[in-house]
Design a protein around this ligand. Structure first.
Ligand code: ACO
Ligand code: V55
Length: 293
């Protein structure tokens, strides 16, 4: 992609993006102006997750974790879908016809990136839900730190519609985000809901009109990109892990996380933040962040 104005509006003159396509083409990464765009890239299959995509997503996350050009990662879908969930042919039918170790490997490969890598990813992550989001796609959705959906995006726990209870970490992910009444309603009816409803039940942070989705997501990504990556990592990992601890354990753990983050920070973020408020009086921490440059 060359950063020219694709929609013909002439409105945005974006600098060129650095592009990586995975070997089998199931995943695409575009990096530019501090944002790493991570795309499900099987638009003709509505970005259904097959074993190849699951393996290549892990590679893409490795790349993004090490790439200085990506301070924030946005997970989105090429074409009309965010992701239509697990690939019913390649992940279910083909695997069922294979020896048992194939299913074990397929499950491990999907779990690996959908939650294990993503949930505590070293950089902030935003799910930008541009369209269809079904079944297995709820796991990476919830494991991104923030989520912004198009108002007309369509979500569904469609498992019961074709004959299985939700598997993988789908139900666990729902329980993490939405109230039990909503979760069981959609798990048990298989009905769809839109982006507005997803925001109302707090599955996503916001729903915005489709034509504003990218601009709003970039705006939020830039808010995050202003902060120290190291500090954000301590903050998000601390929150997500401490939720499951007793207060006693959490007190010890969160101080350890705080010290781990601050001590040996090569950018001396905390010290600089204190200096600019207490000595130079150039900003007020309650109302915005200091100048990191
Ligand atoms: N698995 C495998 N192939 C899929 C999937 C999927 N989850 N979703 C779409 N596709 C394929 C279709 O088979 C079709 O392939 P083909 O062109 O080779 O025939 C192609 O993508 C386009 O699909 P259509 O159904 O023609 O697209 P349409 O835009 O009309 O509908 C929709 C999109 C609503 C997403 C529909 O494809 C659909 O219902 N997909 C299944 C959604 C689902 O229930 N996913 C599983 C959730 S459960 C779980 O993840 C464990
Ligand atoms: C689902 C997802 C799976 C699985 C079985 O309901 C079902 C979705 C991510 O893996 O193995």
């Amino acid at each position: 992609m060359d950063g020219t104005d694709e929609d013909g509006t002439g409105a945005d003159e974006r600098p060129p993006l650095e592009v990586w396509e995975s070997p089998e083409g199931t995943v695409r990464v575009e990096i530019g102006s501090d944002i790493g765009w991570l795309l499900f890239n099987r638009p003709e299959k509505r970005n259904a997750m097959n074993p190849a995509l699951n393996a290549e997503m892990a590679q893409a996350l490795d790349l993004l974790e090490g790439h200085e050009g990506a301070r924030v990662v946005v997970l989105t879908g090429a074409g009309e879908a965010w992701s239509a969930g697990m690939d019913l042919k390649e992940y279910f039918r083909d695997v069922e016809a294979s020896p048992p170790h194939v299913e074990i490997a397929a499950r491990r490969t999907s779990a690996e990136w959908q939650w294990r890598r993503l949930i505590h990813f070293a950089k902030p992550t935003i799910a930008m839900v541009n369209g269809w989001c079904f079944g297995g796609a709820f796991t990476p959705l919830v494991c991104c730190d923030l989520a912004i959906a198009a108002e007309d995006a369509v979500f569904g726990l469609s498992e019961v519609n074709w004959g299985i209870p939700p598997g993988g970490l789908v139900s666990r992910a729902l329980a993490e985000t939405v109230p039990t009444r909503d979760a069981l309603w959609f798990i048990m009816t298989g009905e769809t809901f839109d982006g507005r409803r997803a925001a109302a039940m707090r599955l996503v942070n916001e729903a915005v009109p489709a034509d504003r989705l990218r601009a709003r997501t970039e705006e939020v990504a830039r808010l995050l990109a202003r902060h120290s990556t190291r500090v954000l990592r301590g903050a998000k990992v601390g929150f997500k892990k401490a939720r499951l601890m007793s207060w006693d354990e959490a007190e010890d753990y969160l101080y350890a996380k705080l010290d781990q983050t601050v001590l040996g920070d090569p950018e001396q973020t905390k010290q600089e933040g204190l200096r600019q408020f207490l000595d130079r009086k150039t900003y007020r921490p309650g109302l915005g962040s200091f100048d990191r440059r």
